[in-house]
Ligand binder design. Structure first.
Ligand code: BGC
Length: 359
């Protein structure tokens, strides 16, 4: 079968490789891949900045955002059958099987020796087929076949938001105003989840008010802010007490600006992965004082375990009822398998680019 692999550490090394179709054991499932999504992490891996091949191999099959169809199940597999549409989670437990990994929360792995499909020490889903054990597979209802490939990025948002609500059990908390920084897939998906929860949401990005991203934000009932016209430091006054901020621009400068406008008892969730080594001068005394006196909380969030994928399926179903067709508009470009290099190029107006693999 054909797969798209990279040589980790080597710039723009993605190429098509012929490998054997995976054989399954009695406890595994073989999945035929329909499509995969491309995200910033895939770009970084293709640029040679990130990514590790499985032990003993010199290439890594890319891809961690997928949608596929069960092609065959091992005889001991329960709960899945041929024809089921599925998405696989990304992270797998560390060899030490730390407290969190053995408790089903490998997204909170303590050792850092976890593996991630398509990213770190495990092959991904840019392949005609992959195999997996059922505990990492999530069933996707038929009506979500066009958008199911967005479940992995949505799981990242689900984790950040569900954890925020858990953390805020420290008091009675009824968030009224949320600010989402960034209108890429994570920012837009966060906007939809917050709107689905009935929270007054503002989403900010660099694009103009008549851009496609702004339209998608507004279609969900959120307000769009063009940050070239209304810079972040001015928003504290304009929006009143900001209860929740989700940072999804991938800029550490923006993260620090966000700390400064967070409201009383507010939470700032950081999801952007910033690979550089930027230094900033910060207004340390004032920032510290406002965080302490305002009971404010800042936390980072990465990856997601299967609980968040399952929550994401429910939200996708809600989105389709509330705003039919809106979610599918996030898929801005579809590329066929042979043109994968096109998919790995960043183009203006891209939101989510996907590679069509099977039917
Ligand atoms: C993926 C996460 C992963 C992270 C770090 C992100 O793009 O969505 O699942 O944990 O990269 O490797």
């Amino acid at each position: 079968m054909k797969v798209i692999g990279v040589i980790p550490g080597k710039k723009e090394s993605a190429h098509i490789i012929d490998v054997d179709k995976p054989e399954i054991s009695s406890s595994e499932v073989r999945v035929k891949v329909l499509r995969v999504g491309i995200c910033g992490t895939d770009h970084e891996i293709d640029q040679g900045l990130y990514g590790e091949a499985p032990e003993g191999e010199d290439f890594l099959i890319l891809g961690h955002e997928s949608l596929g169809i069960v092609e065959e199940t091992g005889r001991d597999v329960k709960g899945f059958e041929k024809g089921d549409m599925v998405v696989s989670t990304v992270r797998r437990p560390c060899p030490e099987n730390c407290l969190n990994c053995r408790s089903g929360e490998n997204d909170m792995c303590l050792t850092g020796n976890f593996k991630e499909r398509g990213i770190k020490s495990l092959h991904g889903f840019m392949a005609e087929y992959y195999k997996e054990i059922p505990e990492y597979l999530v069933k996707i209802p038929e009506e979500l076949s066009d958008v199911g490939v967005l479940l992995e990025p949505l799981s990242i948002v689900e984790k950040a938001i569900m954890q925020t609500f858990k953390i805020q059990e420290r008091m009675k908390w009824k968030p009224k105003t949320a600010l989402v920084l960034g209108a890429g897939p994570i920012g837009l998906l966060a906007t939809f989840v917050l709107r689905d929860m009935g929270i007054n949401t503002y989403t900010l990005a660099l694009d103009s008010i008549d851009s496609k991203k702004a339209r998608l934000v507004m279609e969900s009932g959120a307000s769009y802010i063009d940050s070239t016209k209304e810079p972040i430091p001015e928003l504290g006054e304009k929006l009143g007490n900001i209860d929740f901020i989700l940072e999804a621009t991938g800029s550490s400068t923006v993260s620090f600006q966000a700390m400064d406008i967070l409201g009383i008892n507010g939470v700032l969730a950081l999801t952007g992965i910033t690979g550089g080594d930027k230094k900033l001068e910060v207004d340390a005394d004032r920032l510290n004082l406002s965080l302490v006196l305002g009971n404010k909380l800042i936390f980072g969030s990465v990856n997601a375990n299967i609980t968040y994928f399952r929550k994401g399926v429910k939200h996708m179903q809600n989105f389709e009822v509330k705003w039919p067709g809106l979610l599918s508009k996030l898929i801005s470009r579809k590329v066929v398998f042979e043109d994968f290099k096109e998919a790995l190029l960043r183009k203006k107006d891209d939101i989510k680019v996907i590679i069509e693999i099977g039917k």
